[in-house]
Design a protein around this ligand. Sequence first.
Ligand SMILES: [Zn+2]
Length: 69
Amino acid sequence: MKTEERRTAICPRCGKAYRGRPALSRTDNKTYICPDCGTREALESIGVDEKEQEEILATIHSHTEHQDI
Ligand SMILES: [Zn+2]
């Protein structure tokens, strides 16, 4: 298992601090955003509305809350 670099970054999309692997924004393909926003953009691209996006994220978080992220 390789060690992943852990550093805190600020997501330019939602303004929240996050750690872990960033996601590349689909809007310009050069901005790195937090994993949550990466999920939001992915869901948005398949036509999921904002309310449903948050529900899906909440579900993802409830399965990953034991992890140190
Ligand atoms: Zn974000």
